[in-house]
Design a protein around this ligand. Sequence first.
Ligand code: ATP
Ligand code: ZN
Length: 292
Amino acid sequence: MTPKRLHIAIQKSGRLAERSLDLIGSAGYRLTKSASDLAYSAENAPIDLWCLRDDDIPTFVADGVADLGIVGRNVLAERAAGGGNGLHEVMALGFGRCRLAIATPAGFDYRGPQSLRGLRIATTYPNLLKRFLAESGVDASIVIMRGAVEVAPRLKLADAICDLVSTGATLEANGLVAQTTVLQSEAVLVRATRSVDPELERVADSLLSRFRGVVASQGAKYVMMNAPSSALARITEILPGAGAPTVMTLAGREDLVAVHAVCQESVFWETLEALKEAGASAILVLPIEKMM
Ligand code: ATP
Ligand code: ZN
């Protein structure tokens, strides 16, 4: 019997494709591409990847054809809002960040969801929009489109849109402005709610803990410095997103300590200057490769 392999569905091409492969690579899996370009195999673990349209990923995972999938939360949420079940989000992956938002023509006097009453709103996310309108107590009609939603107001197909926004540049180019957020999204790891083959559960557990390690270390820095013991409280306050720092004595110095901390947010020059001002010296900021 050939040994079983864990199957992960990822986007074939598009905004999430490369970052999904990077994540799997950073988790230590060495990938070889299949001749067809539609699959990858890990050389050093029983894991295969399937490359699909992102819209197909939830169905593949829910049906058990793939065990795990990487997809935008927006795709998963739209399916769930439409009554689709059998799937859940295991973890957020920290890339592909965007929001599903209501956008209106730049000159429109928008004062919140109430301003949408009686309007036509174009979207490729009808289930999420329907739920948002219901929760806001607003009656409006939904124009379902397959894509290019941002041109709908110009073509007089709709008065407003509900679409994904990251920088807002596409909206701006079409004379639109993002207003209320309907959903915050980023790439997420999904799995089926039914149980995975026990033989593969170990492989999945290991993959999950490696993914957690990679995601946690993204943007994290290891900061080291010397500081007067008297300035410790102030310095801890300045360190961005750090837990309790490690404090060590310095040989032959009663007045100074060494402070080490893992910071989750990016450490900017302003932070370093503030640390110096508080009395810190010999400040080192190091990247973190892995965290478990
Ligand atoms: P496919 O060919 O796989 O169907 P697609 O055109 O539906 O691709 P992409 O445009 O590649 O999808 O977007 C994939 C995901 O990237 C989105 O579902 C969303 O989660 C995320 N994303 C991040 N920023 C944006 C953005 N500005 N616009 C659209 N999607 C974004
Ligand atoms: Zn798609």
